[in-house]
Design a protein around this ligand. Structure first.
Ligand code: FES
Length: 201
């Protein structure tokens, strides 16, 4: 213990400064812990990704535009269908298709197709053909590998593909966001071609 008043004073100042710093440090740690739930709630994407679920940004997507995202290492086509695409596909009688499905069985809302972008023949990625697939005025997808054709609902129109493009579970969160996938749905190979057979999310 310092004996003279000057040393005693110095010691008091040092102790006070230590206490002030320690209090400030504890305060910062407290703020850090308090901030954790807030930060988590601000970034759900990390949790969703870990669960095999993806948030897809569809803000600003225009009519007739195809957006391709990668989900579980697979391309997923998000097509904002034009009124013309909707009308042309609706004019096809499903009975004339080898893998019959209606607009309601392929989409939640007719203006948006969400499908795995992998040809059901041997797995190439089909090209988007808004002007029409070869030898047809149907806008849709054309697979250059062996000539597979699909309409704007991803339904098989011709060529070697045995079935329609496979669908993926999705939910329309709002006009800017889709939630795609579920924790357990594996995607391509699950052999899902109509909405009602998809797992719900
Ligand atoms: S892989 Fe698409 S038609 Fe063969």
């Amino acid at each position: 213990m310092p004996e003279n008043p000057e040393e005693k004073n110095k010691s008091l100042i040092t102790r006070r400064s230590f206490i002030t710093k320690a209090t400030a440090a504890i305060g910062l740690v407290g703020v850090g812990f308090a901030a954790v739930p807030f930060i988590r709630s601000m970034s759900p994407t990390k949790d969703l990704l870990a669960a095999g679920v993806l948030e897809a940004d569809i803000s600003g997507i225009k009519e007739g535009e195809l957006r391709t995202i990668i989900w579980r290492k697979q391309p997923v086509f998000i097509l904002k269908r034009t009124p013309e695409m909707i009308q042309k596909a609706a004019a096809i009688d499903p009975k004339n298709l080898s893998d019959p499905a209606t607009t309601e069985q392929r989409t939640i809302t007719p203006d948006l197709l969400v499908t795995i972008g992998i040809c059901t023949h041997l797995g190439c990625v089909p090209k988007f053909r808004p002007e029409g697939v070869p030898d047809s005025d149907q806008p849709g997808f054309y697979c250059p590998c062996h000539g597979g054709k699909y309409d704007s609902l991803g339904r098989r129109l011709g060529g070697p593909p045995p079935e329609n493009l496979h669908l993926v579970p999705y939910r329309i969160q709002d006009e800017t966001k889709l939630i795609i996938g579920t924790e357990t749905f594996p995607g391509y190979g699950a052999n899902i071609r109509t909405i009602e057979k998809l797992p719900k999310i």
